[in-house]
Design a protein around this ligand. Sequence first.
Ligand code: SAM
Length: 285
Amino acid sequence: MQPPTSDPADDVGSFYDRNAGAFERVYGSVIQAYRTRDVTRLLDRQIASIGLRAGMRVLDAGCGVCGPAIHFARRVDLRVEALTISGVQAARAREAVAAAGLAERIRVHHADYQRLDTLFAPASFDAVYFLESFGHSRDQPALLRQVAQVLKPGGVLFVKDIFLRLSDDPARAEAMAREVRRINEAYRYRIPSLEATIAALRGLGFHLTRLGPVDIPLEDFENLTISNEFQELTGIARIHDWGSYVFPVEFFDLQCRKPWFGDEQDAHMSYVQRLVKAGRADELA
Ligand SMILES: C[S@@+](CC[C@H](N)C(=O)[O-])C[C@H]1O[C@@H](n2cnc3c(N)ncnc32)[C@H](O)[C@@H]1O
C-alpha cells in the first residue's frame, strides 16, 4: 500500500513510478497514445509542429523516459531541459540519455513543472512543449503562467494532448462525462477543456499560431490500439462495455507564441500589425 499523499503531483509521480515498467513494455520510450505505427514518424513530425531549430534551448515538460527528447536532440542541435515528476522515470531517462551520448545536451530533472519559477530563470527558453503531459496539471492556468514566465518573448509553447469533446445532447454529454471521470481517476489526469486553455493563453497575451488535429500522416496512424493494449495489460481504465462507450476526448496540436510586445506598446494596433512593424512577419509563416 502506498501512503496517502496530499499533493496531487506526488500522486502522479507515484503513478508513473509504479507503472514505469508496464508503460515501457507497451509504449517503449515514447508514452503517447496518439501516434504513428513507426513512432519515429510521429517524432519527426513533432520537430516541425513544435518548430524546433538548431541552437534552441527547450523545455520538455513531462518528458517520460526521454524517448522524444533523445530523438529531437539527435535530429536537431538542441539543448533540452527535461522534467518528469517520477523518480523512476528520471533514472531511466538519465540512463537512456547517457547511452545515447547526449548527457551534455539533455539534462533530466526529477521535478514538478508547476514550479518552473524555482528551477529556471525568467525568459530562458525558446520553446516549451508538453507531449500528452499537460493534462496531468493540477492547476492548468497557473501552469501556463509559469510557462509564460520562463519563455523568451516570441518563444513557442506547444501542447499535444487530449481535450474534452463537447455535445449539446445531454445524454451523450453525460456518457462522455462518465468516461472522462474514469480516465481522470485512472491516469491521475484532468483532461483539459480546449476552450478554457485557449482563453487562459489569450489572457496571458499568447498569440495562437496553430490549432488542429495532431499532424501525422493518417496512413501511418496507429489507431489507438496501444492504449487499449496498456489498459488490458494493467487493468487501468479498461473498457468493459464497448456497446455503451462514447469516445469522450479529441486530440489536438496547439502551438502559440509568447508576445514580443507588452500591452502598452502600440496598443492601438493589432498584434499582427505590430509584428509587421517590428519586422517579425516571418513568425506568421
Ligand atoms: C503520458 S507521459 C508522456 C511522456 C513523454 N512526453 C513522452 O512523449 O514519452 C506524461 C509525463 O508527464 C509527466 N508529468 C506529469 N505531471 C508532471 C509534473 N507536475 N511535473 C513534471 N512532469 C510531470 C509524467 O511524469 C510523465 O513523464
